[in-house]
Design a protein. Structure first.
Length: 215
């Protein structure tokens, strides 16, 4: 864990928007842009994917990112590696200290298996990813959804190798900030999950900001 604050002033950001819980978000970043996600109320899970803006088949790879940094947790200094071995973005500031890359996104199937049969049709991150790609891109679909990052989510691994979903380490106002190392598309599902105690059964909004390179 490596807690580092950013010197960038939110009042000078070129883009500043609140993403409601349960909503999707996508935007293209230029190389050198800084992108910040703020956990406004604390312990929200922000399911996120990144893609080469010019070739969506080159996308965030959890396996390559974990192998290259030799750690399963993401924090300041982490380079997010793509499936083609490119560095998509680097985490340059982080006031939470731990972000998950193993737990994946909630889906109709996991709602059913993890919670109850009748939860199958509740809103899920996978649905939000699909809706956002369908509405806002011309060339991406369900084939383009690999294993995602869960910003602000705490999924430690036990000594015998099991994943556990624990209470988050985040708190209101904590943030993570990334620098785009190439032109990238961001895709977010701000998790709508109402059945997981890790967010106190209460999904909440996040704020996203962009500072353009050189501005
Ligand atoms: Zn979710």
């Amino acid at each position: 864990m490596s807690l580092v604050e950013s010197s960038l002033d939110p009042a000078r950001a070129q883009f500043d928007e609140v993403v409601q819980s349960g909503a999707g978000f996508t935007r293209t970043l230029k190389r050198g842009d800084h992108f910040r996600i703020v956990d406004l109320e604390g312990n929200q899970a922000v399911d996120t994917l990144f893609y080469n803006a010019h070739d969506a088949s080159d996308r965030y790879s959890a396996v390559d990112t974990v192998r290259e940094q030799g750690s399963i947790y993401l924090s300041t200094g982490t380079a997010l590696i793509s499936s083609e071995g490119n560095t998509l973005l680097t985490i340059v500031a982080d006031t939470c200290g731990r972000h998950d890359t193993l737990g994946g996104a909630c889906a109709a199937e996991s709602n059913q298996v993890r919670y109850a049969l009748e939860k199958k049709f509740m809103h899920s991150c996978r649905d939000t990813f699909l809706l956002t790609l369908a509405c806002c891109t011309s060339d991406m679909n369900k084939r383009d959804i690999p294993a995602n990052i869960n910003f602000f989510m705490n999924v430690p691994v036990t000594p015998d190798g099991k994943l556990t979903f624990e209470d988050g380490l985040s708190a209101p106002g904590r943030y993570v900030e990334l620098r785009a190392e190439m032109d990238v598309r961001v895709l977010i599902s701000n998790c709508p999950q109402l059945n997981n105690p890790c967010n106190a059964y209460n999904p909440t909004p996040v704020r996203v900001l962009v500072w353009n390179a050189g501005a």
